[in-house]
Design a protein around this ligand. Structure first.
Ligand code: NA7
Length: 539
């Protein structure tokens, strides 16, 4: 099948859905190409037990329609996967999005044609779609990381990945289950799998700092109060570096201005309140290693209190800077290790040796298993983009252009790739902000940009190499002012063997959003704009 549109959007996750709405609003035609059988992106694929958002529902929601945000009633403080999928289904229907989405269609390649200033997009179904613009709404956490452990292909039991969970519920009753990975997905799934399984073996490489989520039914009074001034609530959130939780402002003072007793009481309060608020209890934990250590030590103390076996508690105790890997939120995570059917294997000191048809062997021993769950995360931020063979001007390959690390201008454009936009791309706040806010800002910015180009007869927009270079330096400089790049996180690409280590997301949503607005208001400096050729006069 072929087709011609103004815009191709790759991905029908939360970003692609809003982008489609904005493109329509700009008066342009669009086709969304989506690998999954339905909309929802990461939420479509992440059906693992316990999958729940780690951003509060009233903030992890669209703001492009005042009516939508008034009408939709969230039921939990943090929506689980099923509730988010109901919301996504509602949005798809309400805005009649599905008519412009081709499901079960994975984009494999795209190439820019200089003469026509068009992109030709090819898919695994043999479709060829031509468009003036391509918008990559491929998601930051959508390309699963499946470690190549020797013998993994010989395993005779079921192998599952949290990011590609089957649609049918998986029954762990009476099974011997192994879970590899203790990031957010593992932390959410482990307590639930432990309750059903006969035995659960957790293979942990790096212990995570896990704070109680404090999930609970959403307080109807809070929901009503926020809805009474949703616009004001959104505006206040936009002024917070992470674009959220403005209800809990960061205490700007240093940890060291408080006595140990005062600090303990403050930490205790935030621990019990649930959520990632502990890092807002004081102003310096993400910039001063000594202050960070005070917060980290509070969490370590909690682990020692909860976990009854001191050896297990020691294995679960993280030593890295708190906050430099994404904080995990989970209810009942540490308590799970007090169960008699749960064992923790430290693969940092005893790495995997081999997987056989029936077992997983590490330096510490062999474990007979029926099911193996990979909760090993993603090739984050660039994985889904690099998987597609994107060819820009003169056949330039995006994959190759990014071998030395991803380079963008504003996380939105790449030199050599005219009329190609990346949503929540490297160099934009993306995963360091409430990603729904980051999506809203990108979708509206790109939508307005497309309208500006159309209104002014501009045929191509392309980031300049100078702007991209300066922006890359800015992203690194801002990260260097924090402790965020001090450990091997997926923000840096450190979880993927061979991936160039570059701190990819930009710290600080408000300054970024203001910069983007200023660039749009002043004629798009840093982008080269080329007008439609003047038609040749007839002789
Ligand atoms: P994460 O946060 O990347 O966690 C993946 C986990 O898997 C983490 O504990 C990793 O250890 C571990 N891992 C990764 N590769 C390996 C190998 N090769 N061997 C052993 N263990 C490994 O992904 P999640 O899906 O949990 O969460 C992703 C985001 O989704 C989350 O932050 C939320 O935003 C939602 P490591 O720490 O790399 O040593």
């Amino acid at each position: 099948m072929t087709g011609k549109f103004d815009v191709v959007i790759v991905g029908a996750g939360l970003a692609g859905m809003q982008m489609l709405h904005e493109v329509r609003g700009a008066g342009l035609t669009a086709q969304v190409l989506e690998a999954g059988g339905g909309a929802g992106g990461t939420w479509y694929w992440n059906r693992y037990p316990g999958a729940r958002c780690d951003v509060e529902s009233l903030e992890y929601s669209y703001q492009f329609s005042a009516e939508l945000q008034q009408d939709w009633e969230w039921t939990r403080r943090y929506a689980d996967q099923a509730e988010i999928m109901r919301y996504i289904g509602h949005v798809v229907e309400r805005f009649d999005l599905a008519r412009d989405i081709r499901f079960h269609t994975r984009v494999e390649a795209m190439a820019y044609d200089e003469a026509d200033a068009t992109w030709t997009v090819r898919t695994d179904t043999g479709d060829e779609v031509v468009a003036r613009f391509v918008i990559m709404a491929t998601g930051c956490l959508s390309e699963p990381n499946v470690p190549d452990i020797p013998g993994v292909k010989t395993f005779a039991g079921d192998i599952l990945h949290t990011g590609r969970w089957p649609r049918e519920p998986v029954d762990f009753t009476g099974k011997r289950v192994g879970v590899i990975g203790t990031g957010s997905s593992g932390v959410q799934a482990i307590p639930i799998i432990a309750k059903a399984a006969a035995e659960l073996v957790v293979f942990q490489r790096t212990p995570a700092y896990t704070l109680p989520a404090g999930d609970e039914p959403l307080d109807p009074e809070l929901q009503a109060a926020i809805k009474a001034d949703y616009a004001g609530f959104r505006a206040r959130n936009n002024e917070v570096p992470t674009a959220g939780l403005s209800r809990f402002p960061t205490n700007p003072n240093s940890v060291f201005l408080f006595s140990a007793k005062e600090r303990e009481a403050i930490f205790e309060h935030f621990w019990n309140r649930g959520g990632p608020l502990l890092l807002r209890a004081f102003g310096d934990p993400l910039v001063d290693p000594a202050a960070n250590e005070v917060v980290a030590e509070f969490v370590r103390g909690r682990i020692r209190q909860i976990v009854t076996d001191p050896e297990v508690a020691a294995k679960l105790t993280p030593t890295h800077v708190i906050g430099c890997k994404r904080i995990c939120l989970g209810d009942g995570y540490y308590e799970t290790y007090n169960r008699p059917n749960v064992r923790l294997v430290d693969i940092a000191t005893h790495p995997f040796e081999e997987i056989t048809p029936t077992s997983v062997r590490t330096g510490e021993g062999s474990h007979e298993l029926d099911v193996l769950v990979f909760a090993t995360g993603y090739d984050a931020i660039t994985g889904a983009l690099s998987r597609i063979d994107v060819r820009g001007r003169d056949g330039l390959s995006l994959r190759e252009a990014w071998l030395a690390g991803p380079r963008t201008y504003l996380g939105l454009g790449v030199p050599g790739f005219p009329n190609l936009f990346t949503m929540t791309g490297p160099g934009s706040p993306s995963v360091l902000a409430n990603v729904l806010v980051a999506i809203h800002q990108h979708a509206t910015w790109i939508g307005e940009c497309l309208k500006h180009l159309a209104d002014n007869g501009i045929r191509t927009i392309e980031a300049t190499p100078e702007a991209e270079h300066a922006w890359g330096q800015h992203v690194s400089d801002v990260a260097a002012q924090t402790l965020l790049s001090s450990c091997g996180s997926w923000y840096l690409g450190a979880n993927i063997p061979g991936k160039k280590r570059v701190f990819m997301p930009l710290v600080g949503f408000p300054d970024y959003a203001k910069k983007c607005a200023e660039i749009a208001a002043t004629g798009y400096p840093g982008f080269a704009l080329a007008h439609d050729p003047v038609p040749a006069t007839q002789s």
